[in-house]
Write a protein that binds this ligand. Structure first.
Ligand code: FES
Length: 71
């Protein structure tokens, strides 16, 4: 599926997080506690991002990429 991050349209696979998708496409999102071999902990809160359609900030390291959000 294709999603837009910071105005750039990128390809991602079902199950990948926003952070994984961004990093694979050289789009920087600050992060500290993320590690690809560990379960997301949401401890550092450095990776929070704004997602169009959602009112609250989300953790890029634990939020799965989707085409559209409602909330
Ligand atoms: S990288 Fe730490 S909460 Fe996402």
């Amino acid at each position: 599926m294709k999603i837009k991050i910071n105005g750039k349209i990128v390809e991602t696979a079902t199950g990948k997080t926003i952070l994984e998708t961004a990093l694979e496409n050289n789009i920087p999102i600050p992060n500290l506690c993320y590690h690809p071999d560990l379960k997301p902990s949401n401890h550092c809160k450095m990776c929070v991002v704004e997602i169009k359609g959602l009112k609250k900030l989300q953790f890029a390291c634990s939020t799965k990429a989707k085409k559209k959000w409602k909330g």
